[in-house]
Write a protein that binds this ligand. Structure first.
Ligand code: PLP
Length: 451
């Protein structure tokens, strides 16, 4: 029963990103089943999943072709590894299929189990690359404040969330520059026009490279749009300038597409959406529709050439690198995505999202509504004109997240920024329904905050 699950859970289960006091007080929320774009709590409450799980079940929860591919693979070859010159058909087919979708200059894939491991792997490849190029002193890494790149030591060191760095000693040699967060611009930047702000934010990369010495800088890591950091959609001026700076100083560009890879912008990869030429694309989550774990790294031709020219073995890998069951799930996911969901985002749903999501800016609590492809954010403010926030450092966001559940919608809160990343399978009416529920959640939040 629900109560038995909650009791056992409180006693035995260490939850990621959870405060145990909340579990002790309220019990865990037990999600017992799912269908299409909806999840169901064990108490029967139905929720429209506006977050696609953790940005991964992009095709929703009911995909029998993926289930069948998993079952068939378990019969055919449930496990083999890809170490010591071995492969198996699904890993090879998937590597080829992913390269066929990626920008033309990325033609090799390294498989991991997760996005965190994929970012760890890139760090090791970056060092090997500069070693092979005879510049082993190029070790400094630049990433961005408030970024999320995973929870391993390397992933969390790359990430720029202060509260995560408090829990351990981050790896040395990783530096952070400001995020292109125009709504949050402060001081002299607060009055900047959006495109000027985008250039300012991009130029922080050049400043950091010059401060560290260009010959010491190995790579720049960034998400195309920061996801967990608050759906920070960069101004249009941002990415072209970043690309220019990376080229000018020969700094490797690592685009972490764990959230945006496999369609969320309406292109297979956000690097295509922003016309980037990355040296690495990091992926995970949506590659298997979240049904089984799989992550990986797409590697550019110039980098793989250097990596493979190194005289030592590529001494790096995981027992489950290219797990056959995960690869089978991914191949089925890619087949389904190729049949229309991604082009539907490009041709129809991004506009539908703009039509319904952006008017949420009219709500008295919303300082800004923004969206791109199938992600959106709302900035909760106490005063629209001055963008003044509510007291309590994220309290309003937490209230709104809870009220959203009451309204039958899963939204996520990052501080006082509400985030949405719905499944690609929604139709126009469901997107309208989603935004109506969001509006209702805002009304409930307003009432609660006024109490
Ligand atoms: N990179 C980004 C941009 C992410 O959003 C995440 C997870 O949310 C990760 C990396 C880490 O991926 P994983 O949780 O699969 O390790």
């Amino acid at each position: 029963t629900l109560q038995q699950w909650q009791t056992a859970d409180a006693a035995h289960h260490l939850h990621p990103f959870t405060n145990q006091a909340d579990i002790n007080r309220q019990g865990s929320r037990v999600i017992s089943h799912a269908q299409g774009a909806y999840i169901f709590e064990a108490n029967g409450h139905r929720l429209l999943d506006g977050m696609s799980g953790l940005w991964c079940c992009n095709l929703g929860y009911s995909q029998p072709r993926i289930n069948q591919a998993i079952a068939a693979q378990l019969e055919e070859l449930p496990y083999y590894n890809t170490f010591f010159q071995c492969t198996h058909p699904r890993a090879t087919e998937l590597a080829q299929a992913i390269c066929n979708k990626a920008p033309a200059h990325l033609n090799r894939v390294f498989f991991t189990n997760s996005g965190s491991e994929a970012n760890d792997s890139v760090l090791r490849f970056v060092h090997r690359y500069w070693d092979a190029r005879g510049k082993p002193q190029r070790k400094a890494i630049i990433a961005r404040e408030n970024a999320y790149h995973g929870s391993t030591i390397a992933g969390a060191s790359l990430g720029g969330m202060g509260f995560m760095h408090e829990q351990f000693e981050p790896l040395r040699g990783i530096h952070h520059i400001p995020q292109p967060y125009w709504f949050g611009a402060k001081g002299d930047n607060a009055d900047m026009d959006e495109q000027d702000f985008g250039l300012w934010a991009a130029n922080q990369l050049e400043n950091k490279i010059l401060a560290l010495g260009p010959d010491n800088v190995a790579a720049f890591f960034a998400e195309p749009i920061q996801g967990a950091g608050g759906v920070i959609i960069p101004p249009d001026s941002y990415w072209p300038r970043i690309q220019e700076i990376c080229r000018q100083y020969d700094v490797l560009l690592v685009v972490d597409e764990v959230i945006f890879g496999f369609g969320r912008t309406g292109e297979w990869f956000a690097s295509q959406f922003y016309q980037l030429e990355p040296d690495f694309i990091v992926f995970a989550k949506g590659v298997t529709n979240g049904f089984v774990p799989l992550g990986g790294v797409l590697v550019s031709d110039r980098v793989s050439e250097a990596l493979l020219s190194h005289t030592n073995d590529l001494a790096h890998g995981f027992t489950y690198s290219g797990h056959p069951v995960a690869c089978a799930a991914a191949l089925a996911t890619l087949d389904i995505l190729a049949e229309g969901p991604i082009s539907r985002i490009k041709n129809e749903l991004s506009q539908t999202m703009r039509d319904y999501w952006l008017p949420l800016a009219d709500h008295p609590l919303v300082g800004q509504a923004r969206c791109k492809g199938l992600v959106g954010a709302l900035e909760l403010v106490k005063d629209k004109a001055s963008k003044q926030r509510f007291a309590g450092n994220g309290h309003a966001g937490t209230v709104c997240r809870n009220m959203s559940l009451q309204a039958g919608l899963v939204m996520r809160a990052t501080g006082d920024t509400m985030i949405i990343a719905p499944p690609f399978i929604l139709d126009r009416n469901e997107i309208k329904d989603l935004t109506e529920r969001a509006w209702q959640a805002l009304d409930l939040t307003q009432a609660q905050l006024q109490q």
